[in-house]
Design a protein around this ligand. Structure first.
Ligand code: UDP
Length: 240
């Protein structure tokens, strides 16, 4: 798996909660920031996308009668809070970062400007992309796939609570089998839980491998980047 230089790391909002049920746990964010710093210190250029599910999800609001688009905008704002929390934790470790938001808010962060983001990477900064794609009816998974494509990342690393992609839900079915590699088309046709379909399709169409791994285990990101940890790679089947 070695050989990825520039990666996009997608973390769910829930990964920031720690053992809590909601919101941001500063200790957990610091721990994640240390992992990201270690990956950077190993020579990787890193773009980050963080979800917002620890604070608000549009679908949850819509299920309770809210207007979906309005609820989605709230979800996007949640991702900006998470991005600022991660920026704070990284800068406390001495790592230069910039947050770029798909919804402009000049007082707190930069707007998404691709060329400027590329320059930040050249200067050794980590770029945190907030507010997903900036439109309702999308998720931060789609935001991650989009930024991975436009920033020409070698791979999209998706840190989750499980150690890869299974043929069934491993939390419910103890006999579920984990894939080492799986094709984009199988993920889509079998509706495997990786990312939402539009995000998987965008990665497929732009030939961006998706590396699914557990971010809960300390030190795992660096291990997976070194080709040592447990993960599933989603890619074109013929290269299996
Ligand atoms: N969202 C959106 N458009 C985007 C990205 C996010 O509308 O491009 C909203 C959507 O409501 C979503 C919420 O922001 O539920 C939080 O993002 P997501 O659910 O992807 O977070 P995660 O599950 O990764 O924590």
């Amino acid at each position: 798996m070695r050989g990825f230089n520039r990666i996009l790391l997608k973390l769910s909002g829930e990964s920031l909660m720690g053992d809590g049920q909601f919101g941001i746990d500063p200790e957990t964010v610091s721990r994640l920031a240390e992992e990201v710093k270690a990956a950077k210190d190993d020579g990787n250029e890193i773009c980050l996308v963080i979800g917002g599910g620890n604070i608000f999800r549009g679908m949850a609001g819509a299920a309770k009668g809210m207007d979906r688009a309005q609820a989605d905008y709230m979800g996007m704002l949640a991702t900006v809070m998470n991005a600022l929390a991660m920026q704070n934790a990284l800068e406390q470790l001495g790592v230069g970062t910039r947050v770029q938001s798909a919804i402009e808010m000049d007082q707190v962060c930069e707007p998404v400007i691709r060329r400027r983001a590329l320059r930040h990477l050249e200067k050794g900064r980590i770029v945190i992309f907030a507010a997903g794609v900036g439109s309702p009816y999308f998720t931060t998974d789609s935001g991650a796939a989009l930024r991975a494509a436009e920033m020409q990342c070698d791979a999209l690393f998706k840190g989750t609570s499980v150690d890869g992609v299974y043929d069934d839900d491993p939390k419910k079915n103890p006999k579920a089998v984990r894939f080492d590699t799986v094709g984009y088309d199988q993920v889509l046709s079998d509706n495997l839980k990786v990312m939402d379909a539009s995000a998987v399709a965008l990665c497929r169409d732009n030939d961006i491998p998706i590396v699914v791994f557990s971010i809960r285990e300390r030190g795992n990101l660096a291990k997976v980047l070194a080709g040592e940890g447990i993960a599933t790679i989603v890619r074109h089947k013929e290269t299996n």
